[in-house]
Ligand binder design. Sequence first.
Ligand SMILES: [Ca+2]
Ligand SMILES: [Ca+2]
Ligand SMILES: [Ca+2]
Length: 672
Amino acid sequence: MRPLATRTLATPTRRLCELQLSSRPAAQLPGHCRTRFAGIWLLFAAWLGVCGDVTGAAPAPAHFPRPDLLSSGGYALLYAGTDTLQPAAAQPTNPRLARPRLAAMDPKVGANIRLGDDPAALPPGQLAQAEPHLARSFTDTNLLLATFQEGRFTDGGAVDCGYALSRDGGQTWERKLIPHLIDAVDGGPFTRASDPVAGVGRDDTLYLNTLAIEPGTRDWHTTIVLSKSIDGGQTFSRPLTVVTSSTDLVMLDKQWMALNTFAGSPTDGRIAVTYTRFDSTSPSIAINPIAVTFSDDGGTNWAAPRTISSPYCQGSQPVFLPDGSLAVLYWNFFGGAGDQIEMVHSPDGGTTFTAARLVTAVTRFNDSVARDGDFLPSATTDRTLGVLYVVFQGWKGGPRIFFTRSRDQGQTWTTPVAVNDTPNNRSVFNAAVAVSPEGQHVSVVFYDKRHDDGSGKWVDLYLAESFDGSNTWQPNLRLSTESSDLTRAPLTSSGRMVGDYQAIVPALNFNAPAFAIWVDTRDATPDPYTVAISRTQGSTYLAWRGLAFSAAEAATPTISSPAADPDADGLPNLLEYTLGSWPNHTDPDPVRILKPVVAGEFTLAFEDSAVATDVEYVWRDSTDLVAWSEAVPTLSSAKPAADPAKTRLEFTFETGSPQRYYSPGARLLTAP
Ligand SMILES: [Ca+2]
Ligand SMILES: [Ca+2]
Ligand SMILES: [Ca+2]
């Protein structure tokens, strides 16, 4: 039955269970560099210098949430031995006989790729993967790191967590179990594993964050661990302890990891881990607030955990913002509006937190067949403006995948909009969001039952996509070429387990596509699959204006027009947009002299957004800063920058005599 469980803990489990239940509870550039003398001219002479002079709370609830509304992983183990459990799913012997539909895919959608075979270490009959997550390198767009539960138990957790690494942009994957974790696999310290999260640091250190479970003296004992690889995935460290239960009456659950990959921000390189702390140490009331800890040394040492939410929360999502501050979103079961998503903000990246800010109230939706992430929002940010983007499943006249965003660090949020166009109110669940570095390409994946035959067991992976920062949404796209039969997944007490979450990483430019990961059952047992989704539209100034400015500011041309420079840093908004800088504070000089002036020639270089195709650069020069004329580069080039979201531009000018000032400018190719 449970080949790798070393102990049955029925008695304390039942006690704790009862306690819980009863205690209340292109830039078109430059390549050809059209230097039209029209449009918006920008004066950079002040810092560009003369050529040749180069410088360059809610009330306590009446009832504790039902166990089926709490999370997966460790917590479900609390109910082992009770009658809430159901037998394992039968594995069909000839599943292809029942396989429905082969989809014709949109050309932008790549092949569905299975991430390798089930590991030999898994017991026969326990070959289900679940709960996949995915991360991607910032420097090598072909490097992808996936992780997922391996050998899901019906009563919580898995035999192990596994990972898969691709070095060729998702075409082939090398798949292994996370080493040094599980006793029965390779002598590791733990018995089961769950809730895997992948991350890649800016230095390409690979991180796998796991909830590890072992029998304790009274109940199951939980430890959140971090495995890391500093050799590109050749080897992973022994698991580093992030935080461990102080007592078996405290169960850690549903952790999530965020890496600060924003160079130059005050907490650059910090790893933050949030989790739910199910605490039954008080005989009168059990609580489950969100807690946070962080490490500044790659996971060796961790800050003392602190509680950051009210007592009855779950589903935390930490997100570092470009200024190094930390947003943590989570679900509050007993907020002022009942079920609601909240956010706390830590300006110092994890030490001090604001009071909770309401994101939105939610009417919860649960799929009838699948166990799903009905209280797990998915959150992310862009890499320039620090807008927060959040998706979640809910109910509004039917099952919906909702989207909301905040451009002011969670103080105000847009009214949630449904982004699925599923006909007939068919079920949708397990939403995950990714957003492009400049913030305009928003990709949301979710399970969708629009192709179900009425049995309720068939799901597909679908995509909702916006190219204008979520102002408008494209028609949903099918991503899975075949429907998956949920009844091939392990049957937990709260439904068929393909996972409480899945994931997507964003496209980084037109050539580095987004990748979604999900659990698919087409090959008899649940398996992790990925699919690439190409970006097909660039960004626009208009959408940027909506993300960078409030509605009032966007309606004020002196603040938000392309030529305006509200932060008076010499960069008009149009260049703030293409360069990916921030229009509301001074940015360092983005245009640099690349080569010193020699023989009457010099080269200017800078990097701009690889997806801004509605702008062209123009140049002019002057000998006296008064009279200006068009300056035509003798040479211009555009090539990929070290940052895949950027293009490196170079313009070479002949200076002649006398000395001249040069002023780069840009103009919109389309009217705002
Ligand atoms: Ca499998
Ligand atoms: Ca400016
Ligand atoms: Ca600025």
